[in-house]
Write a protein that binds this ligand. Structure first.
Ligand code: UDP
Length: 331
């Protein structure tokens, strides 16, 4: 049965949106999430089984793999605060590198040999050129980026030794919320630009700081490739279908190919909401690259993935609908 899958981190931001899309396609889904950062309320389909636990808990994993015949694992579970990874690298190497090895070992034990891994453009480090394609050198700067890079490297060895097939999905800037406003982006603490902007608009938070205005970009602020969370989710579904059809292991970027500066995002948020964004100009944030934009042609070619959301204003609109909708945007 190719329809029973394990989703680690399925209660997190990107995981929960992907789980919703998969559940609508009749996949039988077991979510494993320790709920450190995930929200159980973000799992909205009754058909989805939530197991609260850790990807490093060997006994629990053995039990789960004995109970279910998983055909594939979607591995979202990870810590993802770049700044925190600099001050506490141990936390990142344990959670993002060491613990997943227990998951990989259990998969091999049970001959579950399809793995879809949430990787990141942070594995490339500071771009030598943009847009970034998958053959750009990987020189990650932060322990977060390194942790994702290291796990990529290890997974390749599981392919060589055990025939594990993988798709590495290297996300650019995940953003937006579900179209019906039911689930959205709710990090605690929140560090991401779009939710901080929307909070500043409503007064839920102080004015946002624009980190750096002297970058070599047209308006001096950093440029990012914002990709809608459901587009990311759909890429996972395509990747799963690709491996189910016998596709070879693959690493793909997931982005729109379009870059927006911080000031352009602020302007788009003002247009979408009809309200001013309180902001102040500030110093650069350590570790930020000037411009991160994807060349995502490989995902189109290999997976047939073409993101629906290409306009930043459409992405912001979904985030705004979630924030101002009946759920009031908080879990
Ligand atoms: N940014 C900003 N103010 C904030 C948060 C983010 O100016 O309060 C900028 C940040 O420097 C980067 C962009 O917005 O250029 C996107 O940052 P985010 O943290 O959302 O994602 P990242 O690109 O760091 O993964």
């Amino acid at each position: 049965n190719t329809k029973t899958i394990l989703v680690t981190g399925g209660a997190g931001y990107i995981g929960s949106h992907t789980v919703r899309l998969l559940a609508g396609l009749d996949y039988h889904i077991v979510v494993l999430d320790n709920l450190v950062y995930g929200h159980k309320e973000a799992i909205v389909n009754d058909s989805v089984e939530l197991v609260q636990g850790d990807i490093g808990d060997e006994e629990l994993l053995q039990e789960l793999f004995k109970k279910h015949q998983f055909s594939a694992v979607l591995h979202f579970a990870a810590y993802a605060y770049v700044g925190e990874s600099v001050s506490d690298p141990h936390k990142y190497y344990v959670n993002n590198v060491a613990r997943p090895l227990t998951l990989l070992k259990t998969m091999v034990d049970h001959q579950c040999l399809k793995f879809i891994f949430s990787s990141t453009c942070a594995t490339y480090g500071n771009p030598e050129y943009v847009p970034l394609d998958e053959s750009h050198p990987q020189n990650p700067v932060s322990p977060y980026g390194k942790s994702k890079f290291l796990l990529e490297q290890m997974i390749k060895d599981y392919e060589t030794a055990h025939g594990l097939k993988y798709v590495f999905l290297r996300y650019f800037n995940a953003s937006g919320a579900s179209e019906d406003g039911l689930i959205g982006e709710d990090h605690n603490p929140e560090t991401h630009l779009i939710p901080l902007i929307l909070d500043a608009i409503t007064g839920d938070r102080a004015a946002i700081k624009v980190f750096g205005t002297d970058y070599p970009t047209p308006d001096g602020t950093c440029v990012r490739d914002y990709i809608h969370v459901n587009d990311l989710g759909n890429a996972h579904i395509k990747a799963l279908e690709y491996l189910n059809k016998g596709g070879e292991s693959l690493a793909c970027n997931l982005g729109t190919g379009f870059g927006y500066s911080v000031m352009e995002v602020i302007k788009a948020a003002e247009e979408v909401t009809g309200m001013p964004v309180p902001y102040e100009l500030a110093e650069r944030r350590a570790g930020d690259a000037t411009e991160l934009v994807a060349n995502a042609k490989l995902a189109l070619e290999k997976l047939g993935w073409d993101p629906k959301y290409k306009e930043i204003s459409d992405i912001i609109q979904t985030a705004w609908n979630w924030k101002t909708g009946t759920r009031k945007g908080r879990f």
